[in-house]
Design a protein around this ligand. Sequence first.
Ligand code: NDP
Length: 261
Amino acid sequence: MAGLHIRSVLVTGSNRGIGLELIKRFIGKPNPPEVIFATCRDPDGARAQELKNLASKHPNVMILQLEATDPGSIKAAAKKAEAHLGGSGLNLLINNAGVMPPSTLESATSEDMLNVYKINVVGPLLVTQAFLPLLKKAAQGSNQKGMSCSKAAIVNISTVLGSIEKTPESFFFVPVVSYRCSKAALNMLTKCQSMGYKDAGILCTALHPGWVQTELGNFQSNVQADLTVDESVNGLMKVMCNLSEKHHGILVTWEGNTLPW
Ligand code: NDP
């Protein structure tokens, strides 16, 4: 295992679910990052309390306000991160924040489609644009050969539900049309980023965390998702340890398997 030896990481949507667990895992590493940026859209709200408790105990955790649909909030977060990093770059950006409202072919509205697209696709696009100079700085300042999350990487948390090839196997189980379309677009964004940032040495990969017991995953009150947050994030951390240029511009599961777009 190549290992994750990163100085700095940023996770969006980190006040609950997969994002919060990722923050806990980075904190708990034997060699934790010096700087862990945990973003959430309402740091003063009740839903950020667990994250705030963590940050109060771990000085390497810095909470940044970031609303994925608000370019001003994204730019302000990047400015604060840059100042906090004091001249060094950002190694790993994890675009995790996302929503999955109910949406079928019959019920989908223009508002639903655009709102989900804005959060799940435009958000990661703008966040990456804002943090790109810091990612480039990390890549330039690294003496590591090849691509890795320890050097400089963008990880977009996507889903098999955005895979066009896999849709026939999973459509009727979870129609969520606006979500599927947005994640298919996020997959395309990942591919475009992989082409655009290759020369800069920034690894770009989309990860599918499995079907996970979070608020988003437990969307059907009568059916429980397959994986606990613990199991999923265990897998994601292992996979991120081993990501290299082989995984540049592809979609990978929490178990490390490649999924078709
Ligand atoms: P949760 O619903 O538990 O958490 C979603 C997170 O995204 C929350 O922190 C939420 O913040 C944040 N968020 C939502 N909207 C915005 C916004 N406009 N701006 C900033 N942050 C926002 O979901 P999961 O942890 O399950 O999902 C995390 C990622 O994993 C998502 O991208 C999802 O698509 C993906 N995924 C999840 C699967 C699952 O089974 N759970 C399966 C496949 C992929 P707030 O508390 O403020 O709402």
